[in-house]
Design a protein around this ligand. Structure first.
Ligand code: GLC
Length: 568
């Protein structure tokens, strides 16, 4: 064989060998990768408000792309992007007119592919928001469905005759105010919409709807998406006989009678459907995050599925229901989340609720309290889902005049309900006008606090909320006890200080959080945990002079965070 040819054959053999080894390693890597979301930190991005690359006042995908390095440095592993599909924006994207494209205001499918590619290079995964309960009336499915009573897709939505002249089919009210039924004069029937009139509910009892929606998930899985956040998943099914809901005393913020949504919320069929969705997700090594408004532990447990065959990450809003700094209440909710057998998920804010900075802040120590909250939800056993700007101490900027309100809930419910604009304001990048979000007037105004609470200023301040988050997330990613350790509640009768251990093999980390505005003295007897003379080595703390060694009488400043390694 000529020398050149020999060399080529040798090189080819080396390449084949390399490919075989790489191939042989792949399944193992995938298996290890399977539960990637358990160690990940998720970060919710409201794309209208994150970064505006084309200066039209509305954020976009290129804006997100240009800030991936910020997210990487912060310690984010996955971004959940709220809906960016084509939409008339009646509910800011939660009214989808085409599930398989990107709204031009956010960019193009190519921009999405770019973003996915760039995020992949930074090891950041992308989670899409899947609005599966309802579409926009401008969706081609609804256009066909509304075209005649005999149209091919008539049964893709929930159409019914009224009860009589001007009377809807039953007493169900919309979560956005008024009746949940909209009369369509063209076909003489009503369609059902749990949310706005511009959000008709899909009929999930129709197998064609199910198939079409499963195919939507496949479309995005093929484009590199690592999972979905399932929007309003409790509401997928309705009683086919349309029984009236029981009416409760009083009226809600829209002036409608209070009601128990017995026949249109949390029907058992939801769980059957989730199992099927999960199968498709499993085929794609994807994670499902549920918008599951559970009010108790048993409900939460159900969403994981008896055989862990439903949602891997039901979002634990029970935690958000604790609206004060109450160690006892947090202990209870942590114990609830711990007891389901599923992997806990912790959230302290999102685009539908007042920012945690305002909910927990006392007006004087808000930055310190923001660190305290981080010290809790980022050190618990489970996966945290952050909300953009939480790491800066971003605060709500609620509208003060009805004419400024953009959110349909605020428009319908003003003034009792001011809507959700306040928690959706532009990300605060620096102290230039509009917080560096856009050179145009942003779709919502930034709060005055952007001058101090912004990425650029906080990066320059070692004591900022942002620097605390960065240090905490770095610690979380590297401490086996914080990643995988058991949660062990300590000093459970203490009304002011929440403390616990995280234990994994030989690693033990102590977390101590003073939830009060007073100095506290606290001691720890860890002999039951196998540390008769425990010694602490601080890992991260807000205390100027953190205690080391034995923790018999430890002094904690108001709202202090103290995280330490424990050894014998
Ligand atoms: C979910 C979303 C919310 C939206 C609603 C209707 O609750 O989080 O923003 O308005 O669903 O899609």
């Amino acid at each position: 064989m000529p020398r050149n040819l020999k060399a080529i054959v040798f090189l080819a053999e080396v390449i084949v060998l390399f490919l075989c080894v790489a191939q042989a390693q792949k399944p193992a890597a995938d298996a290890a990768d399977h539960d990637w979301w358990k160690h990940a930190v998720f970060y919710e991005i409201y794309p209208r408000s994150f970064a505006d690359s084309n200066n039209d006042g509305i954020g976009d995908l290129k804006g997100i792309d240009s800030h991936l390095n910020y997210l990487k440095d912060l310690g984010v592993d996955a971004i959940w992007i709220t809906p960016c599909y084509p939409s008339p924006q009646v509910d800011f994207g939660y009214d989808v007119s085409d599930y398989e494209d990107i709204d031009p205001m956010y960019g193009t499918l190519k921009d999405f592919e770019h973003l996915a590619h760039d995020a992949g290079k930074d090891d950041i995964r992308i989670i899409m928001d899947f609005v599966l309960n309802h579409t926009s009336p401008q969706n081609k499915w609804f256009i066909d469905s509304a075209s005649s009573r005999t149209s091919a897709q008539r049964d893709w939505y929930i159409w019914r005759d009224g009860k009589g002249s001007g009377l809807p089919p039953n007493n169900w009210t919309s979560g956005f105010g008024g009746s949940a039924w909209q009369f369509d004069p063209k076909t003489g029937q009503y369609y059902y919409h749990f949310f706005a009139v511009g959000q008709p509910d899909l009929n999930w009892r129709n197998p064609a709807v199910e198939q079409a929606m499963f195919d939507v998930t496949r479309f995005w899985y093929q484009r590199g998406v690592s999972g979905f956040r399932l929007d309003a998943v409790d509401l997928l099914f309705e009683d086919p006989d349309l029984h009236d809901n029981p009416v409760l005393p009083g009226k809600n913020e829209f002036g409608d009678p209070n009601m128990e949504n017995k026949y249109n919320d949390k029907l058992p069929e939801v769980h059957t459907e989730l199992k099927k969705l999960r199968k498709v997700a499993d085929e794609n090594n994807a994670v499902l995050i549920g918008e599951t408004y559970t009010s108790n532990r048993d409900e939460l447990k159900e969403y994981y599925g008896d055989h862990n065959d439903e949602i891997q990450m039901p979002m634990d809003f029970m935690f958000c229901q604790v609206d004060k700094l109450s160690p006892a209440d947090f202990r209870t909710q942590i114990a609830n989340a711990e007891s389901t057998g599923g992997w806990p998920v912790y959230v302290i804010g999102n685009h539908d609720m007042t920012r945690s900075y305002n909910r927990y802040g006392d007006g004087q120590h808000n930055d310190q309290i923001a660190k305290l909250m981080a010290g809790m939800y980022l050190t618990l056993r489970g996966t945290p889902v952050m909300y953009y700007g939480e790491e800066l101490g971003m605060e709500n900027n609620d509208p003060v005049r009805k004419e400024d309100v953009k959110d349909p809930i605020g428009i319908a419910g003003w003034p009792a309900e001011k809507g959700r604009d306040g928690e959706r304001t532009p990300m605060q990048w620096n102290d230039s006008p509009n917080a560096g979000f856009s050179r145009a007037t942003p779709w919502l105004p930034v709060p005055a606090s952007y001058k101090t609470h912004n990425v650029a200023s906080e990066l320059n301040n070692p004591d900022s909320v942002l620097q605390f988050y960065r240090r905490l997330l770095a610690l979380r990613h590297h401490e086996p006890a914080l990643l995988d350790g058991d949660y062990v509640a300590l000093n459970e009768d203490n009304a002011n200080v929440l403390s616990y251990l995280r234990r994994y093999k030989n690693e033990t980390v102590l977390v101590v959080l003073n939830m009060s505005n007073n100095k506290q003295q606290i001691g720890f007897d860890l002999s039951v945990q196998g540390f008769p003379s425990a010694k602490a080595t601080p890992l991260l703390t807000t205390l100027a002079a953190p205690p080391t060694g034995q923790l018999n009488q430890t002094a904690l400043d108001p709202f202090a965070v103290y995280i330490a390694r424990i050894s014998q």
